[in-house]
Design a binder for this molecule. Structure first.
Ligand SMILES: NC(=O)c1ccc[n+]([C@@H]2O[C@H](COP(=O)([O-])OP(=O)(O)OC[C@H]3O[C@@H](n4cnc5c(N)ncnc54)[C@H](OP(=O)(O)O)[C@@H]3O)[C@@H](O)[C@H]2O)c1
Length: 353
């Protein structure tokens, strides 16, 4: 039998992706939807402005939107709320015994909250056992990273493992869907670039170092690398593109860099339904990756790397692209949930001794 799950923020951009990715999922079934007061009490099909290019599933369209409160919610909650609202609501769900698997930034940097990409730092999930909710009700919060950090970190992980990374310089070109719906006004973005995304650079820098950090007992020691990020919004619908320069701990050839990405298959054999076969795909063509052509690699779950060349300032530079609402949001949370199932941590009634 499939596990019943709920979606908090079900009507938003990321909430819609959850519905799309959970349709026909072999392990999970959408059983509960919640959003703001604007939507609750309506049928989902009336409340949502469906923006995806696959049809809204009829069964989901006919489901009621519930108030965003834990009463009557399933024990597994995928959350896609704005950070301020998440800060207030997610602890209520965790305290009520729910596993809250969230996209929001509200708790990502809290020491006892795991910030996880399954291919990168699955071991950090052990942190949930330190959360007071876990001890009291069985509930907990697990987070996935900001949509700009995830592609970068996937590309860096195999390089950090083999050669070490001492400095990271990244400049992003981020899609408009990353700002939710309706997001950036069309008059601000059409024919334009906006060189500011509130708090994004700070999040990207802090999260990247936590994700690549080492779990030492009850704390994550961040990667000891220098890092700077420049974040820009561009007139692209989906897919964040990033220009990256890195300084390595020890020298590597072009062939060794490419081999590190090609041989990076950390989830092989785990049979997680949403895991891409090849998490980091290298493309040799000189003008790739591009959002329109490459964002759906690995069903939107792979990061695509290209344009590897020597850097005049640091050691190597390259471009990385990932789908911001699939790999960067709903798909990332779904893969975290699948990993939790495989580790036996998604048992809805489990309260650790
Ligand atoms: N878009 C991305 O690429 C992306 C990537 C990674 C992480 N994230 C993060 O994911 C979260 C959601 O982003 P999004 O792009 O999906 O935003 P969005 O399109 O603005 O959707 C926000 C959702 O939250 C609901 N909501 C608003 N106020 C609420 C309240 N007081 N109580 C309960 N629900 C409320 C909305 O419901 P109504 O429709 O009823 O207003 C809607 O379902 C944010 O924290 C964002 O930073 C987004």
């Amino acid at each position: 039998m499939r596990q019943r799950v709920g979606i908090l923020g079900a009507t938003g951009m990321v909430g819609q992706r959850f519905i799309q990715l959970l349709e026909n999922h072999p392990w999970f079934e959408v059983a509960w939807l919640a959003a703001s007061d604007r939507s609750s009490g309506k049928l989902y099909g009336e409340a949502v402005r469906w923006k995806l290019d696959t049809p809204l599933p009829e069964r989901v369209a006919a489901m009621p939107v519930s108030p965003a409160a834990p009463e009557g919610a399933p024990r597994v909650i995928f959350a896609a709320l704005d950070a301020d609202i998440a800060r207030e609501l997610e602890p209520q769900f965790a305290a009520a015994g729910c596993a809250v698997i969230t996209n929001s930034s509200a708790f990502r940097m809290q020491p006892s909250v795991p910030l996880v990409i399954p291919e990168v730092n699955a071991d950090h999930l052990a942190l949930v056992e330190n959360q007071m909710w876990r001890k009291e009700s069985g509930g907990y919060i697990v987070t996935n990273p900001n949509c700009s950090a995830i592609g970068l970190v996937m590309a860096l992980k195999p390089i950090v493992e083999r050669f070490g990374v001492e400095a990271i310089f990244v400049s992003t070109m981020q899609a408009v869907s990353g700002a939710g719906y309706p997001g950036v006004a069309s008059l601000d973005i059409l024919g334009n670039v906006v060189p500011f995304i509130k708090n994004e650079e700070e999040k990207m820098e802090a999260e990247t170092l936590k994700l690549l950090g080492r779990l030492n007992g009850r704390v994550v020691e961040p990667l000891a690398a220098k890092m700077t990020a420049h974040c820009n919004r561009v007139a692209v619908e989906d897919g964040h593109t990033e220009s990256v320069s890195i300084k390595l701990g020890k020298k590597a050839t072009r062939e060794e860099m490419i081999a590190a990405w090609a041989e990076f298959v950390p989830l092989k054999g785990k049979d997680l339904p949403t895991a891409p076969e090849q998490p980091v795909e290298f493309v040799a063509a000189e003008d790739r990756p591009q959002p329109r052509l490459d964002r759906m690699r690995g069903a939107g779950m792979a990061a695509t790397v290209g344009r590897l060349r020597p850097c005049g300032l640091l050691d190597w530079k390259f471009t990385v692209l990932s789908h911001n609402t699939i790999r960067g949001a709903a798909g990332a949370a779904l893969l975290n949930a699948e990993l939790l199932v495989s580790l036996g941590k998604l048992d809805p009634v489990a309260v650790p001794a």
